[in-house]
Write a protein that binds this ligand. Structure first.
Ligand code: UD1
Ligand code: CA
Length: 454
């Protein structure tokens, strides 16, 4: 099929009460407009033309990674005016599909079906019936149920306002015919706009058949005008994604308390507890379990890893059978080998943790390379920053660092070394030996604790 797609995205979206253009508001981690361009691209069109206006350049920048044509509509004089702006580059023989940048959940299959019959003698219109059709354009049909025209809410008679079949705004027509109809549009209506919807009556006049299609669900054609509608679509989308992932075998304790803002791939028998937020690209191996209330962004987590409650993990890799949390934070470039343990209130940044090593309590490990089978005692801090520069700490295999130690980088702890508890290590320590910095313990006999007077 020779298809070109036009996406209308010039509207201001005043009801969002936001500086951000409406089509850049985020749904499941992506701008609304990206959902629409993705649906468009799934049809393999010749081109996708986005009509932009409000927020201009920021809209273009946000979608810079996609192959799109951009047309500016400086003044928003109506949907017909907007489509007309997008037409010059489109070939006469193409079918043209019109989408709205603020209707994000439209399905590729619905669009595919609509585009199929389009020719110079057939056009397609996506309509649906609503309990409360107020505000929408209504589909006026004749006694034989043939579509005659669309009337906008503000132009509708009492009788027309009773019609519950509404225009979703999405339509497809032959480019040459559409070009002709657009040139004929007038703005002598209640809103003084060039209505795209007026082309229907012109098509009927030209004996072009109007085929109507219905979306599979109402959410598919719901637009975002305010933040409440955005939140409603977000919930709907999240639940449908959760259900899709469960069909693919993902274990979710509660699909209503799971948020995916990116791409998740997972092995068998993965179970995710409530209130997980998954962002970016996340890979979970076989048998991974995620405890309640974790945020996981751009991580690669191998087989058998257990992430306990309340962890925040970002740009990290975790080797198999490791145990993380509760309350652990892995920051970018945390690379954990297999069988590692990272416990509560531990922060790891830009560090390699070797196989079987443990950092179980209250520690900061940054810019560090830790070997295998190392034990980092509670409250250990790698002092990686001197106020101007970052320095590395290197810890060999089988090292034991006693609790409450500071390792002042740059510093190297030799393999098999032991650091006595409470030490501040500023120089390299030899392998296999005990190093400690500690003042002698004093006993003050007969000392009395102060007491409050009665
Ligand atoms: C439009 C339809 C109405 C339909 C409804 C569905 C017309 C005249 N009416 O009404 O039949 O029921 O959508 O939601 O088409 N836009 C531009 N440039 C403009 C005007 C609009 O890009 O000059 C964009 C908007 O950003 C928006 C879309 O087109 O994404 C629809 O515009 P809007 O003003 O919301 O149309 P409605 O009055 O809702
Ligand atoms: Ca609208």
């Amino acid at each position: 099929m020779n298809l070109s797609v036009i996406v209308l995205a010039a509207g201001k979206g005043s009801r969002m009460r936001s500086k951000l253009p409406k089509v850049l508001h985020d749904l499941a981690g992506r701008p609304l407009l990206k959902f629409v361009t993705r649906a468009a691209q799934s049809l393999n069109p010749h081109m996708t033309v986005v009509v932009y206006g409000h927020g201009g350049e920021s809209v273009r920048e946000a979608l810079a990674d996609e192959t799109l044509e951009w047309v500016e509509q400086a003044e928003q004089l109506g949907t017909g005016h907007a489509v007309e702006h997008a037409m010059p580059g489109i070939a006469d023989e193409d079918s043209v599909l019109v989408l709205y940048g603020d209707v994000p959940l439209i399905e590729s299959a619905t669009l595919q079906a609509m585009c199929e019959p389009v020719s110079s003698s057939v056009m397609s219109l996506l309509t649906t019936r609503l309990d409360n059709p107020h505000g929408y354009g209504r589909i006026v049909r004749d006694a034989d149920d043939k579509v005659l025209r669309i009337v906008e809410q503000k132009d509708a008679s009492e009788a027309e306002q009773q019609i519950d079949e509404i225009n979703t705004g999405i339509l497809a027509a032959n480019a040459k015919a559409l070009r002709g109809w657009l040139a004929e549009l007038e703005n002598n209506n209640a809103q003084g706009e060039f209505y795209l919807t007026d082309i229907i009556a012109l098509a009927v006049r030209d004996k072009v058949e109007i085929e109507t299609f219905a979306p599979a669900s109402i959410e598919e054609v719901q637009g975002v005008n305010d933040r409440a509608q955005l939140a409603t679509l977000e919930r709907h989308y999240q639940l449908s994604e959760a259900q899709r992932l469960m069909r693919e075998g993902l274990g979710l304790r509660d699909p209503a308390r799971f948020d995916l803002r990116g791409e998740l791939s997972f092995g068998s028998d993965v179970v995710i507890d409530v209130n997980a937020v998954i962002e970016g690209t996340v890979t979970l191996g076989d048998g991974v379990t995620i405890g309640p209330s974790c945020v996981i962004r751009n991580c690669n987590i191998a087989d058998g890893v257990e992430i306990q409650a309340n962890c925040v993990l970002e740009d990290a890799t975790i080797g198999e059978q490791s145990r993380i949390g509760p309350f652990a934070r892995l920051r970018p470039e945390a690379h954990l080998a297999d069988h590692t343990h990272i416990g509560n209130f531990v922060e790891i940044k830009k560090s390699v943790i070797g196989s079987g090593s443990k950092v179980n309590h209250l520690s900061y490990v940054g810019d560090t390379t830790i070997g295998s089978r190392v034990n980092i005692g509670a409250g250990t801090i790698t002092c990686n920053y001197d106020g101007a520069y970052k320095h590395r700490t290197i810890i060999g295999d089988d090292v034991f660092v006693g609790s409450d130690s500071q390792l002042v980088a740059p510093v190297e702890i030799g393999a098999g070394a032991t650091i006595g508890a409470g030490s501040t290590i500023t120089r390299d320590t030899p392998p296999g030996e005990l190093s400690l910095t500690r003042s002698k313990q004093k006993i003050v006999s007969g000392w009395k604790r102060p007491k409050k007077e009665k």
